[in-house]
Design a protein around this ligand. Structure first.
Ligand code: HAS
Length: 561
């Protein structure tokens, strides 16, 4: 499909701005592993301190990159399936808000005035511009939902009995989840954190802030995941040379995410004393519910890949695995997707460990956790984002990929790096190694009385994995920005791979309508979260003064001394 220059430019900017920032994000990822392995035994390096780097790493990689990409990919999906571009004035306005917000937050982080990590973590206190910036980024990313919803309503009016394309359904579901969950974090920022950061209130209600954050925080991970799932369902079977095993399975999985993505946030608060066991148990059960659409996805995708392998002439029970196009540089998206899926098998399994109430007390706040989430967000999510960014840029600019042979091995290098890195972290986590800690100053410093020799192999393993990931990340940036500097050789088009369905089930109205699912979503949310907020109101305790990450004494007491 041909697209306008303005739309093309918008998508290129939405892809390339966060990818340029990724250089900082990846650099601080590597530094984390260096500090933690005790190679650096100091609180700061190159004038940026440990927590400042950790904040930059989390905010750039997990919030800025993912949000910009979801919007860009959503625009491309809607335009491709509806054969019509979204309203461009509205789209540019949303981009402007997101960019201004990102610049504000980036300034606060780089100036060292907002080392509060991507989870905000009050009573750590950041500069007001950090909170305002992240709020603007979020509000800017709400706008496309309304832009796309009006396209969808118009299309549906003209195509009442046609099934909504799976990719469109997924994009709308994802942004509905995003809109609902971010209402809580918007409240946290605007009502609790911003007035506190401006000095209008002297303390902050930490329990309420955390509960509002996690109302948003777990749905956030599915907001990251769903663009990847859309690619896996609608593109991967075709790239593998087969068909999607069942279209209906994809629809069911997507609608289940609408029900279960949000009412599970308390599983991040199993250790919070203000929330009662009943609420934790109930949300723990719902967390097992949110794993169901992923199990459904695993079986559907495995069946689709098996079909592709058999079409390519495989024999035996598992022969199909050997027949897939792993190293085809012209079909490089396949390698990005398959590596993401392999990582997600382990990311998913460790997630189930986390969600099990009792097991969580073993792993909570240990290095196990970053082990888990690097096999999810830095697994299928990151690989789908970078693979699709290269694909969209190259097809929409009409430029050939720079270093295609390297491009196809990047995901394998990344996968090996993440597997080694996460093994080191999870092994360390089981030995009690804490997360979010500059281990080089104490536990990994042999001169310290706190030295832990049993954490030397675990942190070294994580360091090795981190170096491999860093190399893969840098190679990706070379390929992506190298492609930008190439000459245009073909016409610029918007073209997405589209898989046919093996079982293309008849349209079932329930799986083609939002209303009934939105009603059930509201009911589940009320049942899961009313008791949680009642708990918080009753048991919140006194407001907390501000702290800095490196000091257990409140800031005001430190400055009084
Ligand atoms: Fe999680 C903490 C539970 C999924 C990200 N998670 C985190 C944090 C992050 C994160 C960032 O219950 C840390 C937040 C912080 O800073 O504190 N998580 C789960 C569960 C799932 C899960 C039950 N997480 C994700 C995804 C993420 C993500 C997805 C990012 C995108 N997580 C938790 C819990 C905590 C937590 C607790 C808090 C712990 C604590 O104490 O703080 C489930 O959704 C997972 C379901 C997934 C599966 C896997 C399906 C496998 C597939 C691949 C199939 C492969 C094929 C290929 C077909 C069941 C689909 C085959 C072909 C071949 C050739 C082999």
């Amino acid at each position: 499909m041909q697209i306008s220059k303005s739309f093309r430019r918008l998508i290129f900017l939405e892809l390339s701005i966060p990818l340029a920032l990724l250089t900082l994000g990846i650099y601080h990822g590597l530094l984390q592993t260096i500090y933690r392995a005790g190679v650096l035994q100091q609180p700061a390096f190159a004038k940026l301190d440990y927590y400042q780097g950790l904040t930059l790493h989390g905010v750039i990689n997990a919030i800025v990159l993912t949000t910009f990409f979801a919007v860009a990919f959503g625009h491309a999906t809607m335009a491709f399936y509806f054969k019509k571009e979204p309203n461009k004035k509205v789209a540019w306005f949303s981009f402007a808000l997101m960019t201004i917000g990102t610049v504000m937050a980036a300034w606060a982080m780089l100036a060292g005035k907002a080392s509060v990590l991507y989870t905000f973590y009050p009573p750590l206190k950041g500069h007001p511009l950090f909170y305002l910036g992240t709020a603007l980024l979020i509000v800017g990313s709400w706008i496309p939902l309304f832009n796309w919803a009006s396209m969808y309503v118009k299309w549906k009016r003209e195509n009442k009995t046609t099934k909504t394309p799976l990719a469109v359904l997924g994009t709308l579901i994802n942004f509905i989840i995003w809109f609902v969950c971010t209402l809580a974090v918007a409240y946290e920022v605007l009502v609790l954190l911003l007035p506190w950061a401006m000095g209008w209130t002297s303390t902050v209600n930490v329990t309420l802030a955390r509960t509002l954050f996690w109302f948003f925080g777990h749905a956030l991970v599915y907001f990251w995941l769903l663009p990847a799932y859309i690619m896996f369902y609608t593109m991967l079977p075709k790239l593998a040379g087969g068909k999607l095993y069942s279209d209906l399975a994809g629809r069911i999985a997507l609608f289940l995410f609408l029900l279960f993505s949000i009412p599970v946030g308390v599983h991040h608060q199993y250790s919070d004393p203000s929330i009662t066991q009943g609420v934790k148990f109930f949300q723990g059960m719902l967390t097992f519910g949110v794993a169901i659409p992923s199990f459904l996805t695993a079986f559907t995708l495995a069946a689709s890949l098996e079909y592709a392998g058999r079409r390519r002439g495989s024999k035996g029970l598992f022969g199909w695995m050997a027949k897939l196009p792993y190293f085809d540089s012209k079909n490089y998206l396949f390698s990005y997707f398959i590596c993401g899926l392999i990582l997600f098998i382990f990311g998913g399994l460790t997630g189930i460990v986390n969600s099990s109430y009792q097991l969580n007390s073993v792993v909570h706040n240990t290095a196990w956790l970053p082990g888990h989430f690097h096999m999810t967000v830095a697994g299928p999510v990151f690989l789908a984002i970078i693979g699709m960014s290269t694909y969209l840029y190259s097809t929409m600019s009409g430029k050939r990929i720079f270093l295609p042979g390297i491009n196809v091995i990047i995901p394998y290098l990344w996968m090996v790096g993440v597997l080694i890195f996460s093994t080191g972290l999870m092994w360390g986590g089981l030995l009690g190694e804490p997360r979010r800690t500059n281990l080089g100053i104490t536990y990994l410093n042999s001169a310290s009385e706190h030295f832990r020799p049993d954490w030397v192999p675990t942190t070294l393993l994580a360091l090795c994995g981190g170096i491999i990931m860093f190399v893969a990340g840098m190679l990706f940036l070379v390929v992506f920005f190298g492609t930008m500097f190439r000459k245009k050789t073909s016409s610029s088009i918007l073209e997405l791979p589209v898989s046919e369905a093996y079982h293309d089930e008849k349209r079932i109205p329930l799986f083609d309508k939002f209303k009934p699912w939105l009603v059930v979503m509201g009911i589940v949310l009320i049942i899961a979260y009313t008791p949680a907020f009642v708990n918080v109101k009753k048991n919140a305790g006194p407001g907390a003064p501000a702290f800095e990450p490196s000091n257990p004494v409140p800031i005001e007491n430190v400055s009084r001394k």
